[in-house]
Design a protein around this ligand. Structure first.
Ligand SMILES: [Zn+2]
Length: 115
């Protein structure tokens, strides 16, 4: 995933929200981003600053919450967290190596603070 189209999307959502609510300014945008997405917080903010220039979202701060990678074991149904750096994992309960992804890929705008 690349930061620029994603950031455009964030800005679009924020501006829509701002217009609908008669905002003067968008102050903060709270995002939930899964650990599995390769977005870099600093770049998201940098692109955002660039794209939001001269709009009501100019100078808005992005608050990014990282969602851990959680999987569901195919064998025993145990759910557990997986470290992004150690994608070679096994179920802590039964040792099975195949699992379904439950979270870690999300990308959502959680809330928007306006003035
Ligand atoms: Zn298991």
């Amino acid at each position: 995933m690349h930061e620029l189209p994603v950031t455009e999307e964030i800005l679009k959502i924020a501006l829509n929200h701002g217009e609908k609510n008669g905002a003067h300014k968008i102050v903060r945008i709270y995002l939930s981003i899964g650990e599995l997405t390769d977005l870099i917080d600093e770049w998201v903010q940098r692109y955002f600053d660039y794209l939001a220039k001269d709009s009501m979202a100019q100078d808005a701060k992005l608050i990014i919450e990282r969602i851990p990678i959680r999987v569901l074991c195919d064998e025993c149904g145990e759910t557990f967290e997986v470290d992004k750096k150690i994608m070679d994992f096994a179920c802590p309960a039964c040792g099975e190596r195949s699992a379904k992804l439950l979270s870690g890929r999300e990308f959502t705008v959680k809330s928007i603070e306006i003035m």
